[in-house]
Design a protein. Structure first.
Length: 423
């Protein structure tokens, strides 16, 4: 048997019969073909940043960290084709060298591009979609070991609709963002939420539990020259405050939960910062502190109600929560299993520090989101099943038909996909 594999957060692990690290498409085809012929299963993994069991297998684990090249860049159209394992961070640098950028990104860039697409990873901005809707083509290895151009509709495939080989993305000319980050009272943000969303290209905020404060991020696209944060200020904010000291505070809270509220009351004191930088450098931040996360997308019009309900639950539950609650917004898209499929969405994400009890908190938040028609992020913790999810996606049956066409024998199944997608 091979060594045990664990994800980034350490809450998912498996012992596959073999681990493969291919460097070319022909190797992908051979791995899947041999496994299918033997009746064995295959799962691919990029950076391992999903909190769910989407990559777990007792069969063949295909690690894509060596399958990470940019294959083609068309500067005139913005179409860029890459291998499935390329990390978003590497892709961002490669695009910048060609005067291009991703139209929208999430707040971390460690994930592989295929993993981010498959789980409906997104950023924020009411006029912009998640990453899956930026896909213009994919080549996948089917469950029988054949390479095909994937049909539209399987971009968010949760690892169950073929092993992605290459992805063609619609990129845009490189741009800068004018960023303003500052604490604002939660009641003010909730009252002005629609205005803040519409008057900024990209708006998000973090409510700090046990306080009345949020940390807001307002980003607008600009032609202004770059004016990044001074290097020492960036290192202090992102690494010292945002990671090292925050991790220390979380460790204290894990040992003595009753101290968490007093620690959290210090978080909003960071003050205001304003700067202009390359888009991906503003969108994404380093995240070194490990945690468990749940995130739900609700219809945008229910976003403020969702945040109020989470705040009220935390206050009444007696729980001590050491991670801010993140709130973001995206436009609707037309990808069948995207969490924003067919509707503009508000995303509410809750976290707990690694090793702390999370089930009570996450189940309570999930109950709130269920009442509001919430859809869980496919790569983050939740307790849903195919039975509870099917009615939340109008194009559920369309995806299932495509999935069975690409993987009729269930080569890419595992316990997680069986639970959330059925078979």
């Amino acid at each position: 048997m091979t060594a045990r594999w664990s994800n980034w957060a350490g809450n998912q692990s498996c012992t596959p019969i073999a681990v493969h690290r291919p460097t070319g498409e022909a190797e992908l085809v051979a791995i899947v073909g041999r496994a299918a012929a033997a009746g064995e299963r295959v799962k691919a993994v990029g950076a391992g940043h999903s909190f769910t069991g989407t990559a777990l297998t007792d069969g063949h684990l295909v690690r894509l960290d060596r399958y990470d090249r940019v294959l083609h860049v068309d500067g005139s159209t913005g179409l860029v084709t890459v291998e499935a394992g390329i990390p978003l961070s590497k892709l961002n640098d490669e695009l910048a060298r060609h005067g291009l950028a991703m139209e929208n990104l999430g707040d971390i860039a460690y994930q592989s591009v295929s993993g981010a697409i498959a789980t409906s990873t997104h950023g924020t901005g009411s006029r912009f979609t998640g990453i899956a809707a930026q896909v213009r083509g994919m080549r996948v290895v089917t469950g029988e070991g054949e390479v095909v151009d994937a049909p539209a509709g399987v971009e968010v495939g949760v690892g169950a609709a073929g092993l992605v080989s290459t992805v063609t993305l619609q990129c845009v000319p490189a741009f800068r963002l004018h960023a303003i980050e500052e604490p604002i009272r939660l009641d003010v943000v909730l009252e002005q939420q629609d205005e803040l969303i519409e008057t900024n290209d990209h708006f998000e905020y973090f409510w700090v539990p046990h306080t009345g404060w949020t940390l807001t991020k307002r980003n607008r696209r600009t032609d202004e020259p770059a004016r990044p944060r001074p290097r020492l200020r960036a290192l202090r904010d992102d690494y010292l405050y945002g990671n090292l000291l925050f991790d220390l505070a979380c460790r204290v809270g894990r040992r003595s939960p009753e101290r968490i509220p007093s620690v959290m009351r210090k978080v909003p004191s960071a003050g205001r910062v304003e700067y202009v930088d390359r888009s991906d450098k503003v969108f994404a931040s380093p995240r070194l502190t490990k945690f468990y996360e749940m995130e739900y997308a609700v219809p945008r019009e229910h976003g403020a109600d969702a945040v109020r309900a989470v705040r009220d639950y935390v206050k009444s539950s007696g729980l001590f929560i050491s991670f801010p609650v993140e709130v973001r917004f995206t436009a609707a898209d037309d990808v069948p299993l995207s969490t924003s499929s067919g509707r503009p969405s508000c995303y509410v994400a809750v976290h707990v520090y690694k090793g702390m009890e999370h089930v009570q908190y996450f189940r309570a938040v999930e109950s709130i989101m269920d009442e509001l028609g919430g859809r869980p992020h496919w790569g983050k913790l939740h307790f849903q099943t195919a039975e509870t999810l099917a009615r939340r996606y109008p194009r559920w049956d369309e995806f299932q038909a495509l999935r069975r066409r690409l993987d009729p024998g269930g080569t890419f199944r595992n316990d997680y996909t069986d639970r959330v997608l059925g078979w």
